[in-house]
Design a protein around this ligand. Structure first.
Ligand code: AMP
Ligand code: FES
Ligand code: ZN
Ligand code: ZN
Length: 318
C-alpha cells in the first residue's frame, strides 16, 4: 500500500477518496479538508477569535488541534455535565490536551454553576438526558462566547454525525430541522456564529488523526446516549458505505448542494421570532424567560435562579 502523494509506505486507506496515505499526507488531508469546509461555507475569517467546545473525545480535540495548526487563535471550552466517571474522565483528557500545548481551556460546571447535573436535571424536568444536555450545552456555549468576546463557537461534529442527523430528519420529514442542517449558523440577535469545520471528515478519520498526532482522547461514548436513534442511523449509513464508498458524503453534501435551499428557514437560533433579553439571565430569548432558565428552575426547584446567575458571573470575571 503506497501513499498516493509521495509513494512512501501508506498507513491508512480512505475508500471514499479511493486513495491511501502515509501519516504526513493523511494529516495534511485532514487539515486541507477542514480548510476547504471553512472556505466553502465562509465559516471563519483569518483574525477570528474562536472558542472550541471540547468534550475530551476525538472529534473536538482533533478540531482544536487542526484549527491551531491552521493558524487560528482558538481557546477551548469544557462543560462538566455531571455524568459520573464519564464526565470526570472527559475533563481530564481536555485539560491534559490544553496543558501539554499551552492552550487555554475555560471550564464551566453545571452542578457548581447552576445547581443541577444532567442525570438529575433531566429527571426533575422530565426531559430525555440528551435533550436536557443539548439544551444546556447550546446555552452555555453561547454564554461563554459572549462573555469571552469570541467571534465563533466551533464544535467537533463530523460527517457521520451530520449524515445521521440528516437521515433522521429525512425519515421523519422534519422540514423545519432540514432547513437548519447547514454546517454554519451566522451570528444574529446576540448569538455568536456556530460552525462545524469537520463535516468533510468521518469518525474513522478523526480517530486516525488523533492516533497519528499523538492526541490522547476519551474513547468511551456517553453512557446516557445508549439507545439514541442517531446511533442506529450511523450504523445503517456505515453498512451502506461498505458497499458504496462515498455514499455518506454524497448524501450529506448532495443535500447541501441541491436540496437544503428548498427547506430554507430563518437561520438564527430563534427561528426569526422577536428576541429580547431573558428576564433572568439576559441571554437573547424569544420567550421572556429562556429555555435554559426554565430548565434550571425545574431541575433545581428550590434553588433561586439569581444565585446561579451571580455565581456564574463571578466565575467569568476571574
Ligand atoms: P455530542 O453532542 O456529544 O455529539 O457532541 C457534539 C460536540 O459538542 C462535540 O464535538 C463538542 O464540540 C461539543 N461537546 C460535547 N460535549 C461537550 C462538553 N461536555 N463540553 C464542551 N463541549 C462539548
Ligand atoms: Fe449529553 Fe450524553 S453527553 S447526554
Ligand atoms: Zn505520503
Ligand atoms: Zn435565561
Amino acid at each position: 500500500m503506497k501513499c498516493q502523494v509521495c509513494r512512501g509506505p501508506a498507513v491508512i486507506d480512505v475508500r471514499r477518496h479511493n486513495a491511501n496515505f502515509c501519516p504526513e499526507h493523511f494529516m495534511r488531508l485532514c487539515r486541507d479538508q477542514t480548510q476547504k469546509s471553512i472556505d466553502q461555507f465562509a465559516m471563519l475569517e483569518p483574525g477570528d477569535r474562536v472558542l472550541v467546545a471540547v468534550s475530551g473525545g476525538k472529534d473536538s480535540l482533533a478540531v482544536w488541534d487542526i484549527l491551531t495548526e491552521l493558524g487560528f487563535a482558538a481557546d477551548g471550552f469544557y462543560i462538566g455535565l455531571g455524568i459520573g466517571e464519564y464526565s470526570d474522565a472527559s475533563r481530564g483528557y481536555a485539560q491534559r490536551f490544553a496543558d501539554e500545548r499551552g492552550l487555554t481551556l475555560h471550564v464551566d460546571d453545571l452542578l457548581r454553576d447552576h445547581g443541577f447535573d444532567v442525570p438529575n436535571g433531566s429527571r426533575a424536568a422530565k426531559r430525555a438526558p440528551c435533550s436536557a444536555c443539548g439544551l444546556s450545552k447550546r446555552h452555555l456555549f453561547d454564554d461563554a462566547a459572549r462573555r469571552g468576546g469570541y467571534d465563533a463557537i466551533v464544535t467537533g461534529h463530523n460527517l457521520d454525525d451530520e449524515a445521521a442527523v440528516l437521515m433522521g430528519n429525512t425519515l421523519h420529514w422534519q422540514v423545519d430541522y432540514l432547513g437548519r442542517q447547514m454546517p454554519h449558523l451566522p451570528a444574529a440577535n446576540g448569538f455568536p456564529k456556530k460552525v462545524k469545520p469537520l463535516v468533510r471528515l468521518t469518525e474513522r478519520d478523526t480517530a486516525a488523526y488523533c492516533l497519528l498526532r499523538g492526541i490522547d482522547y476519551l474513547v468511551d461514548e456517553c453512557p446516557m446516549a445508549a439507545g439514541n436513534k442517531h446511533l442506529s442511523y450511523k450504523a445503517a449509513l456505515n453498512d451502506i458505505e461498505v458497499d458504496s464508498p462515498g455514499a455518506k458524503h454524497a448524501f450529506y453534501f448532495g443535500f447541501l448542494d441541491r436540496a437544503a435551499e428548498r427547506f430554507a428557514a430563518p437561520t438564527t437560533d430563534t427561528d426569526g421570532a422577536p428576541v429580547t433579553p431573558c428576564e433572568r439571565c439576559q441571554a437573547p430569548s424569544s420567550n421572556g424567560v429562556c429555555a435554559f432558565c426554565r430548565l434550571t428552575e425545574r431541575a433545581t426547584q428550590a434553588v433561586p435562579i439569581e444565585m446561579g446567575r451571580t455565581r456564574r458571573r463571578a466565575k467569568v470575571a476571574s
